[in-house]
Design a protein around this ligand. Structure first.
Ligand code: PLP
Length: 383
């Protein structure tokens, strides 16, 4: 046992097993959360130009200025909040690093952090890295709503932060103004900060995305995290950012400077070009993802699944229990080995695994032919 005690609980996950099985059985992969199509040429060309024109040495700690400006302008145009690219924006190596650096730079050992479950799998590990204590709030099917009673009960005098992901992986919820208002009022009541993960901010089909920082009195206590990967189908680029008031920006930078110091320079030039994309790019993105969502969810329903229609993200949760398997892991193993479709068992996203045992997560960041092929294979499922 050489792994540090604080990380031992997070050993190898079921995802590694499913990925191996997917390769072994040549499965259609609706498990992994990355597109099977490529990002736009204008973005790739900007990164290639940067490499060829010698933008290949360390970037400044906070990110190259053109990218920070593009991040600030896009945020301002969406939220109406005036953002200073120098004092309020930090470029990170994906949202994953932004999350880790936020926790390491802003949370002390023993602090409590309110975290919504099902959660993105790095959250509990980040909380553990910081030596903090998670307080879970569980979203319950079929509506996966943030209820006042549960949320209020999770806040205590030791609460330092709440971590909110909207649009939410894996439920597909886009939290409403009322739900976020509740979060805001509890943060103010308990003098807590909010760290928001908004990596799916451009993948919204029903309702509209609202940043917690937009609510009254929340800018000064919110660090808004996002990244390039999902919107621009470039998940391997790992460019993310944090936007927040100077005090919180100082915190994340204090850790970021020792975690990675800076993010790959030419890729930041590509990211700056991406963030200057105009309206039609976003309209086409949403329309294409809405088609994929509907194709998958309609298909799953006709196969006998109860599907929880996602309002956003590129994931859909469904209830697999009509097919008679004891839990999500047994169902996922059957799917990959016998049906030839890889899916994710969501119990790994809950601290009480049984809370996710009836669910299965499908990713629809795949071209329509791939989704159709998966649905065709699933006709072998019998309920
Ligand atoms: C909710 C959520 N946050 C963060 C990430 C990671 O983002 P990045 O690739 O920018 O590190 C993901 C990726 O799947 C995610 O689903």
């Amino acid at each position: 046992m050489n792994t540090a005690r604080r990380l031992q609980a997070f050993g190898q996950t079921i995802f590694t097993e499913i990925s191996h099985l997917a390769v072994q059985h040549d499965a259609v992969n609706l498990g992994q959360g990355f597109p099977n199509f490529d990002g736009p040429d204008f973005v790739k060309d900007a990164a290639i130009d940067a490499i060829r024109s010698g933008k290949n040495q360390y970037a400044p700690l906070s990110g190259v200025s053109g990218l920070r400006r593009a991040i600030a302008e896009r945020f301002t145009s969406r939220t109406g909040i005036d953002v200073d690219p120098d004092g309020n924006v930090t470029v990170t190596s994906g949202c994953t690093e932004a999350l880790a650096s936020s926790f390491l730079g802003l949370i002390d050992p023993g602090d409590e952090v309110v975290v919504i479950e099902p959660f993105y799998d790095s959250y509990p590990a980040d909380i553990a890295l910081a030596g903090a204590i998670p307080r879970f709030v569980t979203l319950v099917p079929p509506h996966f709503e943030l209820g006042e009673e549960m949320l209020r009960a999770a806040f205590t005098p030791r609460t330092r932060a709440i971590l909110i992901n909207t649009p939410h992986n894996p439920t597909g919820r886009v939290f409403s103004r009322d739900e976020l208002q509740l979060v805001a009022s509890l943060c103010k009541e308990h003098d807590a900060i909010a760290i928001t993960d908004e990596v799916y901010e451009d993948l919204v089909f029903d309702g509209s995305h609202l940043s917690l920082a937009q609510l009254d009195g929340m800018w000064e206590r919110t660090l808004t995290l996002s990244s390039l990967g999902k919107t621009f189908s470039l998940t391997g680029w790992k460019v993310g950012w944090a936007i927040g008031p100077e005090a919180l920006t100082r915190g994340i930078r204090a850790a970021h400077q020792f975690v990675t110091f800076a993010t790959a320079t030419p890729i930041q030039y590509g990211a700056a070009a991406a963030l200057r994309a105009s309206r039609p790019f976003y309209d086409e993105l949403t329309a294409a993802y809405r088609r994929r969502r509907d194709l998958l969810t309609d298909g799953l329903r006709s196969l006998g699944f109860e599907v929880f229609t996602p309002e956003g993200t590129y994931f859909a949760l469904a209830d697999h229990t009509p097919f008679g398997f004891p839990d999500d892991v047994a169902f996922a193993r059957h799917m990959v080995a016998d049906i030839g479709v890889a899916v994710i068992p969501p119990s790994a996203f809950y601290h009480h695994r049984e809370d996710g045992a009836s669910l299965v997560r499908f990713a629809f960041c795949k071209d329509e032919a791939t989704i159709e092929c998966a649905l065709e294979r699933m006709t072998k499922l019998s309920s």
